[in-house]
Design a protein around this ligand. Structure first.
Ligand code: KIV
Length: 286
């Protein structure tokens, strides 16, 4: 039996029942299928795809067209989880109209169910209100917001001092009031988030934010496919990167030694097929 698509209403029910919401990123057909088959509630086509699958140095380098391509591939793979697409840096900044036009492209061209927008300054809040008014559900994102990491002093935890914690709290309340239906809080102490959650009436999806109404992780991080030291909030549930390298190394070894391909990896020829080609080649002029 195919599972019913996850709707905003279903997410609201999970939230009301205190059932954790599971969100994971995906950036292509394969990772989309993994998310679908694993039965998560929400899939995020995150702009972390900039680094994870496109090899950009940071999230600000990814273009709208690149994100739309990733989103379309994920949409083809996912039928049950709610698909949320990150609005990349530069695709919403000019005006509310600009932001709505970009969000509409994600819905029209990539089949997004919702979009995610980082930040909570007055312009960002205005963008959230405009996109929601256009009928497109929005997920907010506060705390560490990688698109504006330079202004935040780098990719570092937020809300660790009283001032910082109040700034995160203020941002979270403002995003909820602007109409977001869920809020990602990234890299903020669990103790701060725990105090904040009762003041919001929308689910908090945490990443490096302690226990919350749900969690999100980058799929390639949790599967151990990304190289280098992971952020403190990443838990690795597999070491697929090492397994993938080992698999390709073994393939290379077998090609070089002639162990691959074996007869079982090919097709049997009809009785006279090889003889016909032998005769044809033999008759070729020198
Ligand atoms: O782009 C992304 O993967 C994200 C998550 C870290 C929440 O925004």
């Amino acid at each position: 039996m195919t599972a019913r698509p996850v709707t905003l209403r279903r997410l609201g029910e999970l939230y009301a029942a205190g059932e954790p919401i599971v969100m994971v990123t995906a950036y292509d057909f394969v990772s989309g299928r993994v998310a679908e088959r694993a039965g998560v509630d929400m899939v995020l086509v995150g702009d972390s795809g900039a680094q994870v699958v496109l090899g950009h140095p940071d999230t600000t380098s990814v273009t709208l067209d690149e994100m739309l391509t990733l989103a379309r591939a994920v949409r083809r793979a996912v039928t049950t989880p709610l698909v949320v697409c990150d609005l990349p840096f530069g695709s919403t900044e000019l005006s509310d109209e600009h932001a709505v036009a970009t969000a509409v492209r994600f819905v029209n061209e990539a089949g997004a169910d919702a979009v995610k927008l980082e930040g909570a300054n007055p312009a960002r809040l205005s963008r959230i209100r405009a996109i929601v008014a256009a009928g497109i559900p929005v997920v907010g994102h506060v705390g560490l917001t990688p698109q504006t990491a330079t202004a935040l002093g780098g990719l570092r935890a937020q809300g660790r001092t009283a001032d910082g914690a109040l700034r995160v709290a203020h941002d979270a309340v403002a995003v909820a009031e602007a109409g977001a239906f869920a809020l990602v809080i990234e890299a903020v102490p669990a103790a701060v988030v725990a105090e904040l959650r009762p003041g919001l009436r929308i689910p908090v999806i945490g990443i490096g934010a302690g226990p919350a109404d749900g969690q999100v992780l980058v799929q390639h991080d949790l599967l151990g496919m990304t190289e280098g030291k992971a952020a403190a909030f990443v838990k690795r549930y597999a070491a697929l990167g090492d397994e993938m390298v080992a698999g390709v190394e073994e393939y290379a070894r077998e090609v070089r030694t002639g162990a691959f391909p074996g007869p079982e990896h090919g097709y049997p020829a009809g009785e006279d097929a090889a003889a016909a080609v032998r005769a044809y080649i033999a008759d070729l002029p020198d």
